[in-house]
Write a protein that binds this ligand. Structure first.
Ligand code: SF4
Length: 178
């Protein structure tokens, strides 16, 4: 069996202030310094608003300048900006799945606002975990699969029948189960 030669990890870590949202509680500079000491991390930087154009440019420039092959952003929930950053790393030539996001806003600064020292320590642990995950990431692709647009409505009472009619009017196949 052919074995794929593994590239040496070159990880970039980018820590977001989110204005005062994170930086008023977490010592972002300390977390940035800490991230820079982790193995395989070749650059660690912070930015006021990482999702801004300026923040994304910072990541893209670092990917090119430092030949990064993995990126970690410590900021908000992946629900909010994972897509933004995957897009940014892919525009800089990386596989978008060579990206890992650490949530130090919802999971840290917003819930530990009254204990900043502990919050900073927790942020460091989370960043260390994300760097660990980033080390193990492997490039994958995406594919489109056809989705059958059909709906099962359970119950043939007035509301069931009405729901089935409404969905059918939208051009979707409906199965009404009585
Ligand atoms: S990336 Fe998230 S945490 Fe950072 S500025 Fe944007 S919204 Fe705030």
């Amino acid at each position: 069996m052919k074995s794929r030669k593994k590239q040496k990890n070159r990880i970039g870590v980018f820590i977001c202030h989110c204005g005062a949202n994170i930086a008023n509680v977490v010592d972002v500079k300390d977390v940035t310094k800490f991230a820079g000491t982790l193995s395989d991390v070749v650059i660690s930087e912070d930015n006021e608003f990482m999702c801004s154009e300026h923040g994304q440019k910072m990541i893209k420039n670092a990917i090119k300048k430092k030949k990064l092959n993995k990126v970690v952003v410590a900021s908000c929930s992946p629900r909010l900006h994972e897509h933004t950053f995957r897009q940014a790393v892919s525009e800089a030539g990386l596989n978008p799945f060579h990206f890992e996001m650490a949530n130090i806003r919802e999971n840290v600064s917003w819930v530990h606002y009254d204990t900043p020292k502990k919050a900073t320590e927790k942020a460091m642990h989370i960043v260390r975990g994300s760097v660990g995950r980033a080390r193990m990431l492997e490039a994958i692709g995406t594919k489109n699969v056809p989705v059958e647009q059909s709906v099962l409505v359970i119950g043939g009472g007035i509301s069931g029948i009405q729901a089935a009619l409404d969905v059918a009017e939208m051009g979707v196949n409906v199965y009404l189960l009585e």
